[in-house]
Design a protein around this ligand. Structure first.
Ligand code: 1GP
Length: 251
């Protein structure tokens, strides 16, 4: 199994460098929009494209990724909302287990069903402990997952969940307030989690300002993911990328 992208993530973390990922929902972009996003992301030195959505309705995933890959060198990471969202054209797959919920289907059930397909894809598979944190409003992910999110002020639950995920072998922890969350995750919770795990920490959901991305990184997030806000204002790509990359290196 390949480990190229994960090694890169570990190297970045070891060097204390923060990264920025632009999330693309294949349902929401046409060819022209992808071209624009790729151009802006390349200029802004974006580190990764994450591709996926809680619902992917169209059959556009392969085409979307192929278009990105032919126009730039930014790695494409699948962030699937369901087992059907697999494309061999991507560089890696976040193999998500919803460790904050108690829905066995999303902890292990869907993985069992899709395992042969996932293996056959030849993708780099990165086991990821996915934690949904209450973002102040029901988001698509909280509805679809049929699992209660971790309350926003329960930092200890978040910490213990992330620790358990890491000890179970998860190579990344992804804390998500859900796309378009009203309240992004607090720095207090990020700090608590980051101080108690060694694997890279991905952070997303409801981030709309460069300052928030900066503070999240200062609190311990390693990769900031933004989707919704960029769909509304693509100029944020550069602002947020600059903010994330300006965080002082801490090792
Ligand atoms: C959602 O973490 C991502 O799963 C990004 O959220 O779309 O709110 O930026 P936004």
């Amino acid at each position: 199994m390949k480990h190229k992208l994960y090694s890169q993530l570990l190297d970045q973390k070891k060097a204390g460098k923060k990264s920025f990922a632009v999330l693309i929902d294949p349902d929401k972009v046409d060819n022209a929009a992808i071209e624009q996003l790729v151009g802006l992301a390349t200029d802004a030195k974006v580190d990764y494209f994450f591709v996926g959505g809680s619902l992917v309705i169209s059959n556009h995933l392969d085409d979307c990724i192929r278009q990105i890959k032919t126009s730039c060198n930014i790695p494409v990471v699948l962030f699937p909302g369901s087992p059907s969202q697999i494309s061999r054209y991507a560089d890696a797959l976040l193999y998500l287990s919803l460790i904050s919920g108690r829905n066995p289907e999303l902890l292990i059930g869907q993985h069992v069903v899709s395992a042969p397909l996932v293996k056959k894809s030849g993708l780099e598979i990165i086991p990821t402990g996915y934690m949904v944190i209450d973002g102040g409003a029901p988001t698509t992910v909280s509805y679809i997952s049929n699992a209660a999110p971790i309350p926003a002020d329960k930092t200890d639950i978040a910490m213990c969940t992330a620790m358990a995920g890491e000890m179970l072998g998860m190579k990344l922890i992804y804390m998500d307030a859900g796309s378009g969350a009203k309240r992004p995750i607090t720095e207090l919770m990020i700090e608590k989690v980051a101080q108690n795990i060694e694997v890279p920490l991905i952070l997303g959901g409801g981030i709309t300002h460069p300052e928030k991305a900066y503070l999240n990184c200062k609190a311990g997030a390693d990769i900031i993911v933004v989707g919704n806000a960029i769909e509304k204002d693509a100029s944020l790509i550069k602002e947020i990328s600059d903010a994330v990359h300006s965080v002082p290196v801490t090792i």
